[in-house]
Design a binder for this molecule. Structure first.
Ligand SMILES: Cc1cc2nc3c(=O)[nH]c(=O)nc-3n(C[C@H](O)[C@H](O)[C@H](O)COP(=O)(O)O)c2cc1C
Length: 198
């Protein structure tokens, strides 16, 4: 299948098959794929928490709004977090090559902290795009989820330096998921309305 066919096939899984085992090697591939996500000035301000432990996953599911059932069914939940303690993140930045470190320090010096944090968060969303695309390429189904209680995720995961932003469930979609592409065709605006060619 070429890339366009894969993107046409991808859909947001709303129900997962709980019997079909997710191979560990695909999970390992996903870890490496997320690590390789590009970001502005290669800043990489993220943490990807791979939750396979059923008890911890169930705790997170219980604070995930309308997403509880999906998270309990899916065999993997990936929590995407952003560097939130900027002093702690500075230690990471200080290990970067000098040119990149200086670039970040200059941006930091000239940007209000709230804007700097928004900019860092935007970088994490790039990893979501990479992750969603990687899943379908690996033959897996997935659900991007902003519908989670991020503060409670932070407590459950004992995070201090990073702050959860959203999560992605990964597994094999259920045959009777109403959202499967065969049942719910893609709904998108027309190409003419979103693409401008000059
Ligand atoms: C950042 C982001 C957050 C989303 N949050 C949720 C969510 O919490 N729960 C859910 O079921 N779907 C969620 N979605 C799925 C979108 O509703 C879905 O991608 C969109 O309707 C297009 O449908 P498709 O992915 O099936 O093509 C989210 C998608 C994105 C990109």
């Amino acid at each position: 299948m070429n890339i366009l066919e894969l993107i046409e096939k991808r859909y947001t899984a709303k129900k997962y098959n709980t019997d079909k085992v997710l191979p560990q090697e695909k999970i390992e591939d996903l870890k490496e794929i997320l690590r390789l996500t590009p970001s502005s000035i290669n800043i990489q301000p993220w943490k990807f928490t791979f939750v396979q432990n059923p008890e911890i996953k169930a705790k997170l599911a219980s604070v995930s709004m309308h997403n509880t059932e999906k998270i309990n069914q899916a065999q993997l939940l990936i929590v995407f977090s952003v560097a939130d303690d900027l002093d702690a993140f500075q230690k990471v930045v200080n290990e970067f090559p000098p040119a990149r470190r200086d670039w970040y320090n200059q941006i930091k010096a000239n940007t209000p902290e709230t804007d700097l944090k928004i900019w860092l968060s935007k970088q994490v969303y790039i990893a979501l795009g990479v992750g969603l695309t990687a899943c379908i390429a690996l033959g897996l189904d997935s659900t991007a989820m902003e519908g989670i209680e991020t503060d409670k995720y932070q407590d459950i995961l004992n995070m201090t330096a990073y702050k959860p932003l959203f999560a992605m469930a990964v597994g094999y979609g259920s045959e009777d998921d109403f959202n499967r592409i065969e049942i719910s065709p893609k709904l998108r605006r027309s190409q003419e309305s979103v693409i401008e060619t000059i």
